[in-house]
Design a protein around this ligand. Structure first.
Ligand SMILES: Cc1cc2nc3c(=O)[nH]c(=O)nc-3n(C[C@H](O)[C@H](O)[C@H](O)COP(=O)(O)OP(=O)(O)OC[C@H]3O[C@@H](n4cnc5c(N)ncnc54)[C@H](O)[C@@H]3O)c2cc1C
Length: 503
C-alpha cells in the first residue's frame, strides 16, 4: 500500500472526482503532488439500471475529456467492471475516499491508500461533533453551526444583515402574467468530437441490449472544468440576483428559472463548493447581488448539500432499504416509470415529467413539490422512487438521493430528517407556478370531473394517515381540516377509482 503523498503512487479518480481538488496530496486544490492518474470507464455500471441517456452521456463525456486533458499522465481503462480494470492497473494507487458505501468497500478491499473525502465544505468530524447528543437533526441548526464555524457570511458572531433567514424576501411566486423570468438564456456547452464519439458508443451499447431512458439532446451540463467555470460565471453574473426571490417559483416556459444548474458539475467534482460559495459571497460584498440571494444560495450549498451528504453516512447503508414509515408499497405506474408526459392532462406533472425526459433535470420545486409530492400522496414504494430518481437525474448519486427522497420527499424515515411531510394540494402549485393555467383540472375542486388530482390526492393522503397524524404537532391541523370536509366519501371513492391511471 503506497503512502498518500508518495509521488510514485498513481491517483485513481472516480467519475465524480474530476476537478483539480481531487489531485493534491492534501485538501488544497491544485494538481501538484500527483504525477499520474487512473480513470476507469466501467460499462457494467450502466447495466445496473435503465439510466437516462443524457446522464450516461454526461458521465462518459466528462471522464473522456478529463483523460484527454491529462494526456500521458493518465491511464484510461475501459472495461466491464472496476475489479478487472484494477487488476490490470497493477501499481500502488491512492484514492480520495469515494462517495458511496459500495465504492468505499471496493477501495478498501482493493488495498488502495485512502485519503479523506473532499468536495464538501464541512468535514465528517465537524458533522459528528455537531450531531452528537442531539435528539433531532435539523438542517437549519446544522447550517447555522456551519456558518459560525466557517465564518461565511458572518460579521463576528452575528449573521451578516442581522438575520439567518431571508425567507420573507425570498420564495416569491412568479411575477404576475410572466411566461419566463426574462433572464438571459444560460450559456450552454458546445459539443465536440468526444461527445460525438460518446453518442456513437451509446448507440452501439443500445444495439447490444443496454437500455436507456429519455432524450439525449444537446448536452446541457458541464463536462469539463472549463465549462463548469463558465457555468459558474454565467450564474453569478446573470441569475444569482434573482435566485433568492424566485427559488421556489416555477413556470412552464422557463425550466431553469434563476437556478444555478451547478449540481451536476459540483457532484462530478468539477467545481469545489468552496470556490462556488466564495464567488457568490464576493458578488454580494461587491454590491452586485442582494444579501437575500447570496444567503439563499449559500444555504443551499453549505446547508442542504453538506447536510444530506453527512446524513447519508450518519443514517447508514440500510437507510433506504429499511425506511418505509408510511407503509407505502404501490409500484410506480408505467406512465411515471417511462416518463410518459404525453399521457398526462395534469399540467404540473406533465411539465415536470417532460423536463426529466428531455434533460434529466428539474429544479427543486418540481422534484419535491410536484413529483415527490405525487409519489408521497400515492404511496409509491420508497425504494422504487429512490431508484427512479437515481436513474433519471444528471446530478444523482446515492449520497444525495437517500435523504432527499426517503427523508424529504417521502417522509419514509418517519421524521428523522424533516419535521413534517412535504405534502401539498393544488393550491400550493397554483400559488407558486403557472401550471394550473390552462390545465384540465381546477386546483380548488376536490371532487368531480375537474377535481385536481393533486388536491384530491392530498386529502386522500391525510385520510390514509388520519389516525397516526391526529397527534402529530404539524399534521394535526390538516387532519382536523379533513374531518370537516363534507365530501369525504365521494373523494375517497373517486381516488380509489383513479388508482394508478395517468392523471
Ligand atoms: C426528490 C429530490 C431529489 C433530488 N435529487 C438530487 C440529486 O440527484 N442531486 C442533487 O444534487 N440534488 C438533488 N436534489 C436537490 C435539489 O433539488 C438539486 O440539487 C437542485 O435542484 C439542482 O439544481 P441547481 O444546481 O440549479 O440548484 P440550485 O437551486 O441552484 O441550488 C444550488 C445548489 O444547492 C445544492 N442543493 C440545494 N438543495 C439541495 C438538496 N436538497 N440536496 C443536495 N443539494 C442541494 C445543489 O448542489 C445545488 O446545485 C433533490 C431534491 C429532491 C427533493
Amino acid at each position: 500500500m503506497g503512502r498518500p503523498s508518495d509521488p510514485m503512487t498513481r491517483r485513481w479518480l472516480f467519475a465524480d472526482q474530476l476537478g483539480p481538488h481531487f489531485l493534491g496530496p492534501d485538501e488544497s486544490p491544485g494538481d501538484d503532488g500527483v504525477e499520474s492518474v487512473l480513470l476507469i470507464e466501467s460499462k457494467a455500471a450502466f447495466r445496473r439500471r435503465r439510466y437516462h441517456r443524457a446522464k450516461t452521456h454526461l458521465v462518459l463525456s466528462a471522464l473522456r475529456h478529463r483523460a484527454n486533458e491529462l494526456g500521458s499522465r493518465c491511464i484510461y481503462l475501459q472495461g466491464e467492471g472496476y475489479r478487472a480494470a484494477l487488476a490490470s492497473a497493477g501499481e500502488p494507487l491512492s484514492v480520495v475516499d469515494p462517495t458511496s458505501f459500495a465504492a468505499r468497500q471496493l477501495v478498501r478491499e482493493a488495498g488502495v491508500s485512502v485519503l479523506p473525502a473532499r468536495g464538501f465544505v464541512t468535514s465528517q468530524a465537524d458533522f459528528e461533533r455537531w450531531a452528537s447528543g442531539r435528539r433531532q437533526l435539523r438542517q437549519e441548526d446544522f447550517y447555522r453551526d456551519a456558518r459560525r464555524r466557517t465564518g461565511i457570511l458572518m460579521a463576528g458572531d452575528e449573521p451578516e444583515g442581522g438575520r439567518w433567514n431571508f425567507d420573507a424576501d425570498n420564495r416569491l411566486p412568479p411575477p404576475r402574467g410572466a411566461a419566463t423570468l426574462g433572464l438571459p438564456d444560460p450559456v450552454w456547452p458546445t459539443e465536440d468530437d468526444i461527445d460525438a464519439q460518446v453518442r456513437d458508443d451509446l448507440d452501439r451499447w443500445q444495439s447490444e441490449g443496454i437500455e436507456f431512458a429519455g432524450v439525449d439532446g444537446p448536452r446541457r451540463f458541464a463536462a469539463t472544468r472549463a465549462e463548469a467555470l463558465t457555468a459558474l460565471d454565467d450564474f453569478v453574473h446573470h441569475r444569482l440576483g434573482a435566485f433568492g426571490p424566485y427559488e421556489d417559483a416555477a413556470l412552464v416556459g422557463d425550466w431553469s428559472m434563476a437556478h444555478s444548474l451547478l449540481s451536476a458539475p459540483m457532484n462530478m467534482g468539477l467545481l469545489d463548493p468552496h470556490e462556488v460559495i466564495e464567488r457568490v459571497v464576493e458578488a454580494w460584498s461587491s454590491g452586485a447581488v442582494p444579501l437575500a440571494s447570496a444567503e439563499g444560495f449559500v444555504r443551499q450549498v453549505m446547508g442542504w448539500r453538506d447536510f444530506v451528504w453527512h446524513l447519508y453516512w450518519h443514517f447508514g447503508p440500510d437507510y433506504v432499504a429499511n425506511s418505509n414509515a408510511l407503509d407505502a408499497h404501490e409500484p410506480l405506474p408505467a406512465w411515471f416509470r417511462d416518463l410518459d408526459a404525453e399521457a398526462l392532462n395534469a399540467r404540473c406533472l406533465a411539465t415536470a415529467l417532460g423536463e426529466v425526459r428531455d434533460r434529466g433535470w428539474n429544479h427543486h420545486i418540481l422534484r419535491l413539490m410536484v413529483l415527490g409530492n405525487w409519489a408521497l400522496q400515492h404511496g409509491y414504494d420508497p425504494r422504487e422512487v429512490t431508484e427512479w430518481f437515481t436513474a433519471h437525474y444528471v446530478d444523482a448519486y446515492p449520497w444525495v438521493m437517500a435523504a432527499n427522497v426517503i427523508g424529504m420527499a417521502l417522509h419514509a424515515d418517519g421524521g428523522r430528517m424533516a419535521s413534517k411531510p412535504y405534502a401539498a394540494g393544488g393550491a400550493y402549485i397554483k400559488r407558486m407556478t403557472d401550471f394550473c393555467q390552462g390545465c384540465a383540472y381546477r386546483p380548488d375542486r376536490r371532487v368531480g370531473p375537474q377535481a385536481c388530482p393533486v388536491t384530491a390526492g392530498y386529502w386522500a393522503l391525510i385520510a390514509r394517515h388520519e389516525e397516526s397524524w391526529a397527534r402529530h404537532p404539524r399534521m394535526a391541523q390538516p387532519v382536523r381540516g379533513w374531518a370537516r370536509l363534507s365530501d369525504r366519501e365521494e373523494l375517497l371513492a373517486q381516488e380509489a377509482a383513479r388508482g394508478s391511471e395517468a392523471p
